[in-house]
Write a protein that binds this ligand. Structure first.
Ligand SMILES: [Zn+2]
Length: 70
């Protein structure tokens, strides 16, 4: 087998969303995702995840320490 140095060959990465092959090149505007669908799905998951974390933050009316000790 002969080694080929082809700089024009697009780099293939695995899509973070579906694990499929994704072309990591300017020709793929959705990189590192394989498609617009995967990119939108991932962004949507991230948005709902951060929203959930924010809504689960501890309430401010929780006193610091045990009030019975004061
Ligand atoms: Zn994908």
């Amino acid at each position: 087998m002969s080694q080929q140095e082809s700089g024009a060959k697009p780099r293939i990465v695995s899509c973070p969303r579906c694990g499929g092959k994704s072309i990591y090149a300017p020709s793929n505007p959705f990189r590192p995702f394989c498609s617009e669908r995967c990119k939108n799905l991932d962004l949507g998951a991230w948005a709902s995840e951060s929203f959930r974390v924010e809504s689960e933050a501890p309430a401010d009316d929780q006193p610091f320490g045990d009030p019975r000790l004061q």
